[in-house]
Design a protein around this ligand. Structure first.
Ligand code: SAJ
Length: 418
């Protein structure tokens, strides 16, 4: 019979993945303890609040906390299962920084009892789940850690990569298929019992390295496809052909689905994860590396286009709309829009640049050093500008098309005003 998890569950990392996962499980009647090193995050969750914006999450968190199913703490407690959902950023040489994962494994180790499950959800290079098993094993020689070929283990270790899309997390958390890769087949089975609590999609069992590589491949696939769209966009700009018309027409072919060009690729996942593949096989990952380079170059291309437009004016005012890394989220970290704005501000120190974003109430740290930048509301910024640059297609910006843009030079990097 397929097993469904019962018991207490701890999740380490209360960010964009850990907190929604905690809520999804808590609302299925499981006691969930959210663990985070940041006391402010723990305090917010304990009050039933969410420290970031994600549709439908706030109401779910306040409900789960009010029911007493979700609690938060800075200390890893004893539990029957542990999910690691901490960041895996990259080092300067673009290899994965596994220090948060290692710290989480080391906090879990002293709490483990025979029969416990440990699941790594953080996106990780091939071999990381095995390392988690080794880090735990080194601290707990009394426990039999799972090894391929051995039927018996005291603890079950698996990888179940998160794959939800920011902005749609609460929906995708439930509806997406899940890949669960175990250090042994029994580990995969045990980990799957947790996801059966709330996942309506299929749960696909495999080994840990295949699961790790599948997740990286998903994000590299998207990065390569966005790079294709960005490269086409630059080619069309140079040939004075409308890229949006080209994509509209090409996508009417039954086997073509070109993605949207933009000012670059941001967020914490897509610009990072492909590098884990590159560093695992540097000689072979040529296309994946090139896609990264194309997308990383994109903010520079966009800024150069804006500067060229500004040179047609004696004393222009430029409005830049959007600062977050993509539309309708409040996350402005790793945002190509911010990079574009800083490049323009640096190239045109005498030009007044008005920036607007309904999700960003204060000037981002990276932009504070530029005396020619001002944060404005979008209407005011557009009203006063000679050149309007759309960097993020937030819903409220789309409506501007109908009223405010007449007589201005427009650079719509997202195709939202077509
Ligand atoms: N972007 C474009 N053009 C497009 C699509 C996206 O320029 O056609 C840009 C966005 O503006 C943004 C960046 O790419 O700057 C990434 O945005 P996204 O919406 O593609 O992805 P993320 O980073 O929000 O989430 C991705 C998702 N991965 C895939 O779709 C394969 C999500 O499912 C993952 O869970 C997430 O990465 C993650 O955490 O790994």
């Amino acid at each position: 019979m397929t097993e469904v998890f019962k018991g207490r569950l701890a999740i380490l990392g209360m960010g964009y993945i850990g907190l929604p996962t905690a809520v999804a499980i808590a609302t299925r009647g499981i006691d969930v303890i959210g663990v985070d090193i940041n006391p402010a995050t723990v305090a917010a969750i304990s009050r039933g609040e969410v420290p970031f914006v994600e549709p439908d999450l706030a109401v779910a968190v306040s409900g789960a906390v009010a029911m007493g199913r979700l609690t938060a703490t800075t200390q890893t407690p004893e539990a029957d299962a542990f999910i690691i959902a901490v960041p895996t950023p990259f080092n300067e040489d673009r290899t994965a920084n596994l220090s948060y994962v290692k710290a989480a494994a080391e906090q879990i180790a002293p709490r483990l009892k025979p029969g416990n499950i440990v699941v790594l959800e953080s996106t990780s290079p091939p071999g990381t789940t095995e390392k988690v098993g080794k880090w735990i094993g080194a601290l707990r020689p009394d426990l039999r850690m799972p090894r391929n070929g051995d039927a018996i283990a005291d603890v079950f270790v698996a990888h179940c990569p998160e794959r939800v899309l920011p902005g749609r997390i609460m929906i995708e958390m439930v509806t997406n298929d899940r890949v669960v890769g175990g250090l042994t087949p029994r580990c995969a089975e045990k980990a799957a019992s947790i996801y059966r609590l709330f996942a309506q999609g299929e749960i696909l069992l495999t080994d840990a390295e295949s699961a790790e590589m599948a997740k990286l491949s998903e994000n590299a696939y998207r990065d390569v496809n966005i790079a294709f769209a960005n490269e086409l966009s630059m080619i069309c700009e140079s040939l004075h052909i409308d890229i949006w018309e080209v994509i509209r027409l090409a996508n009417r072919h039954p086997r073509v689905g070109i993605l949207s060009p933009g000012p670059g690729v941001g967020g914490h996942c897509i610009p990072v994860d492909p590098w884990f593949i590159v560093s695992a096989a540097p000689e072979l990952a040529r296309l994946i590396r090139t896609a990264r380079d194309v997308n990383d170059r994109r903010p520079h291309d966009v800024a150069e286009q804006v500067v060229a437009k500004a040179e047609r004016f004696r004393s222009p005012t430029i409005a830049c709309l959007g600062l977050t890394f993509k539309a309708n989220v409040d996350d402005a970290r790793e945002s190509p829009a911010i990079e574009v704005v800083s490049l323009i501000a640096k190239a045109l120190p005498e030009v007044e640049i008005l920036v607007a974003d309904p999700y960003v109430p204060t000037m981002p740290e990276l932009l504070k050093g530029y005396g020619n930048l001002r944060l404005e509301n979008a209407h005011e910024a557009v009203e006063r500008a000679d050149i309007v640059v759309l960097l993020v297609e937030h819903e409220p910006f789309r409506a501007l098309r109908h009223t405010r843009l007449g007589g201005k030079v427009i650079y719509d990097t997202r195709g939202a005003w077509r």
